[in-house]
Design a protein around this ligand. Sequence first.
Ligand code: URA
Length: 466
Amino acid sequence: MDLSDRASGKLRYRQLNSSISIIRHTEVIMAEKSIVEIIEKKRDGLELSQQEIESFVAGSHNGSWRDYQLSAMLMAIYLKGLSAEETAALTLAMAASGEQFDLSALRGIKVDKHSTGGVADTATLIAAPLAAACGVPVFKVSGRGLGFTGGTIDKLDSIPGFQTSISKEQAIAQAGRIGLAIMSQTDQITPADRKLYALRDVTATIDHIPLIAASIMSKKIAAGADAVMLDVKCGSGAFMRTAGEARQLAETMVSIGKLVGLRVKALISSMDQPLGNLIGNSLEVIDAIEVLKGRTGGDLLEVSMELAAGMTVLGGIAQDNKQAEGMLQAALQSGKGLEKLEQLITAQGGNPKVIDDYSLFAPAKVSVQLRSSRSGYLTRINAALIGKGFVAAGGGRYSKEDSIDPAAGIIMSKRLQDRIDAGDLIAEIRASSLVQAEKARNMVEQALTFSKKPLSAAPVILERID
Ligand code: URA
């Protein structure tokens, strides 16, 4: 994308921004009838104007639309769809509904990374330090775990002392100093998305590609980076079950980026089994450290390197993926990636000694093993059920208010196509209580399918979309 494209995208964004604030600040309350008319229009499958979408979004956070009207509109959108223009208008209006970060004080092309959510997906904690070690300014606003998928903020919170709730000013200053900051999403960013997401969650309207794309991209736009590397997960442990759906989501998000002058690349990667073997908050930090020490690899390393390469190209540090891969391999082998993670932990108040001493993480209260009662090849893993096992063990939340156990999780000893004999160790479950551990163990057991013959191994990286 050239600069004029980016400039016109930013201009459109600013214009929309000012129209949203006019709606908000003059407190234009639309007459009840016109709200009903907008809902009717979408119910009948017609395209909404930008102004109508802005009214819906403004109404979600200034109270001029009631929850039942917002919910009816979400269901009408779910059933009748959104055009590319409507999706872009929705994204921009949600991005402009709250605070927008200005990262212009930071030098270089600021790059963010986002995963649509998976199980044992700790790629951020590997890709972000590696890219930053190569000179990419990485500024990331992250969320907590959602349903059976983990969240980077919950993982970082498991490091003793680590502060994720830092201010925007602190995060910008830190990114200026060490080239990397990861902060927790604040209530001021995209309040409209927060409200609409909460309603989608209770009205069966989550799994809709334009609504997901608008929700993710609105947060990325508001967080202020110049470029975003997306990892769209696909398979049994992801929102998107098929490669077709994942491609559609990736393409929708890349198009939105183009429209607003944000450089976006997307990867489609498999979530047909947990990405890493360790599932849990502190467990995934440990897994990331092990990868950065060069002690473990596999799918987690492959996806992380590919994402880091995309970030390095987006950040203008490498010309193409091949050049980026050389730089990233050097950062991995020299320990510069690990050093960058250590700097991140120190800068955000965490104890960097965890890197060499995993006993500094809070210990698990209970640990049980799952041993195989069958023999054969592991040919299918229901990754969502493993993720639910992690939640059942105490590592995730059933509701937003739940507290989590940073040590709870699952250590998988087997991967797809492995040969397993009766009695072999399949997994270790770490939990807050024996009852939770046993519930999680049953879920892990149910998630596994054995066959007499192995299937051919499937790649973890399915597609790249620019
Ligand atoms: N993640 C989001 O941020 N929004 C969605 O709608 C789905 C996943």
